[in-house]
Write a protein that binds this ligand. Structure first.
Ligand SMILES: [Zn+2]
Length: 280
């Protein structure tokens, strides 16, 4: 039996040439019909980019980047109910490096700036959903505050190395968010190299791990993607994230060094943000 609606969804992103090749290999002339059965759908990955879970400090103020624990929990529930699988940083790294498969709908939870409050406000909720996550730490500010946000966001304590080690233990992978939390557009090539190398070295020295993931502060990768690509690879990273954008498909040709993420703040509407196709 041929099912029309899902077949269209399964054929999404498949060129006419590919359909014909598959059909020819099966000795079938109506290429549309065979594609429903043999062309797999590429896994869709949603990388959520959070900053702060919970309330601002008493002397602070509320910004879009604060999400209450209740709202965070209901966002994870949204994914859970619709069959999305929570992914570890390692699983995504492996899949992007061509090792291992991902579920059809995969979601990676990330937190930028590595706030200490995540321990109390996010970790219990992640545990409830058995969800791993990744946290991106600007290593110059580890154990201090987000001084780089002065006047824009309330100052909050950034986790120290002991707390970051506890994150690692709890399944939250600690990765690099650079050294001084500066956008790459404002830096010389030597400074960019130092941002990548100093932060990687600090994580290696304090946590004994080789961080292979990077998140550009402000999503700012500088001007030239081709140059940046080789600089990041030379510094020893396999994956780098932008800030903002949408989901991506694993099979599509996109650079693992400029991956989009969904910017998560209070009031985001996941029904609008994630345009779920009937096939995934
Ligand atoms: Zn940041």
């Amino acid at each position: 039996m041929i099912m029309t609606a899902p077949r269209q969804a399964f054929n999404r992103g498949v060129s006419e040439l590919q359909k014909k090749a598959v059909a020819a290999a099966r000795g079938i002339s109506k290429s549309d019909e065979i594609c429903f059965y043999v062309v797999p759908v590429s896994p869709v990955v949603a990388t959520l980019s959070y900053h702060k879970i919970g309330s601002p400090p008493l002397d602070g103020w509320l910004t879009w980047n604060y999400i209450s624990s209740a709202e965070f929990s209901s966002q994870l529930e949204w994914f859970h109910k619709r069959g999305w699988q929570f992914l570890s940083a390692e699983a995504l790294l492996d899949a992007l490096n061509g090792n291992g498969h991902l579920p059809a709908k995969s979601v990676l939870i990330t937190f930028d700036d590595a706030y200490e409050s995540l321990l109390e406000n996010a970790l219990p909720i992640l545990k409830r959903f058995s969800a791993p996550a990744a946290v991106f730490a600007p290593t110059q500010f580890v154990g201090i505050t987000n001084l780089f946000d002065h006047g824009v966001e309330p100052l909050e304590r950034i986790a120290d190395w002991n707390t970051l080690a506890a994150f690692e233990e709890a399944g939250i992978s600690v990765e690099s968010h650079g050294y001084s939390h500066r956008g790459f557009s404002s830096l010389s090539s030597l400074e960019i190299q130092q941002e990548l190398e100093f932060s990687k070295e600090a994580i290696r020295k304090n946590l004994g791990k080789d961080s292979r993931m990077f998140a550009f502060p402000y999503g700012d990768f500088g001007a030239d993607k081709a140059t940046m690509d080789s600089v990041i690879r030379r510094a020893g990273y396999d994956v780098a994230f932008l800030y903002g954008g949408g989901t991506f498909e694993l099979g599509q040709t996109l650079s693992p060094l400029f991956l989009p993420r969904l910017a998560m703040g209070t009031g985001v509407n996941l029904d609008e943000l994630i345009n779920e196709s009937p096939s995934v």
